[in-house]
Ligand binder design. Sequence first.
Ligand code: NAP
Ligand code: F7E
Length: 361
Amino acid sequence: MKKKKVALITGITGQDGSYLAEFLLKKGYLVHGIKRKSSQFNTQLIENIYEDPSINNRKFFLHYGDMTDGLTITKIIKKVRPSEIYNLAAQSHVAVSFQNPEYISNVNSFGTLRILESIRLLGLENHSKFYQASTSEMFGDDKKKSLNEKSTFHPKSPYGISKLYSYWLTKVYRESYNIFAVNGILFNHESERRGETFITRKITKGLSEIVCGKRKCLYVGNLNSKRDWGHAEDYVKMQWLMLQQKNPKDYVIATGKQLSVKNFINKCSNYLGIKLNWHGKGLKEYGKIAKIKNENSFLKKGDVIIKVDKRYFRPNDVENLLGDPKKAVKELNWKPKISIDALIKRMINNDLKNIEIKKNV
Ligand code: NAP
Ligand code: F7E
């Protein structure tokens, strides 16, 4: 009988971790995940797996651990002996990284070091393949062109720097110790599981609440910032694919298209039957309802539903990110299935459904 592949996912309770766990289980893997101890449940996104009697205890295993606790990380890797390790755990909020730079570095940089050193110390160099969740934030935005594997790095946040450390560490361990270690340099990817403080989810949830009368106005930061947004479900497949290649290589994963935050809001509003007009400039800019399909008691033409608030600006923002995924298109046959419009539809439908469920509880 063929032996089952064993994967270890750090950050299993997050957006990508939960999608990747589902993906690998469907592929027949035994999946182990590391979760942090928290005072409240932090396993909502993997509850469906955890509670599935055909999976739990036989194919899916959770271990308590923290990326800042090297002994436990080593102990888990020793016990699990994973054939594939996906290092997705991170303090992933760029704005927050300006407030907790030391902790962010400990988790995002030294956490990676702890895993790579464990692989080496346990003699698993030829057994455990390693995926590092690298990011477009490492590039910064001084460039006019779209960004690929050869573009230079110029991070603009503690988060970007912490990830750049891990990027280089992954390369160095690959080149020095012959570990199959790769960087997926992923551009922004979102989903109905996206954390609620990231801009796409903040917008889809905020606008859904506005049309349901649960909120009057949504306050946001930099409206002009542009991002290359894809769907997480498409992106986790590429994380797996990078570890199935003959040779370890780094890849940029992006859609090759970008949209500003303001245009993302416009698209979401349109989907909800609202046409917005924008007025004012800078911190005084606001979005007002110009037309609405279903006027109701709490929403009508002329209502101001978006305002800029300086609290949501960063000390330094990457304003322009556009990926060039040609290498992945050619070598990994990369083609995202979920378009930006489909992403928005899925996110808003999910947020509307959540409001409906809460109403009925
Ligand atoms: P996410 O939803 O924020 O998930 C982060 C995960 O890391 C969560 O499971 C979180 O646990 C865990 N974590 C945080 N601190 C930890 C610690 N000290 N010890 C152990 N676990 C810890 O992030 P994501 O969007 O899924 O992204 C996955 C990875 O890809 C991250 O490394 C991120 O930096 C990177 N990335 C993301 C994007 C994107 O657009 N989504 C793009 C490029 C790269 P809790 O649930 O307990 O908080
Ligand atoms: O911001 C602007 C903000 O926080 C996107 C992480 O997954 O992707 C993510 O990082 C843009 C920025 O994502 C608000 O200034 C305006 O320019 O959704 P975000 P991010 O910073 O791009 C990368 C690839 C990662 O690796 C990270 O882990 O939107 N923006 N107004 C706002 N952003 C937020 N959060 N909130 C606002 O109110």
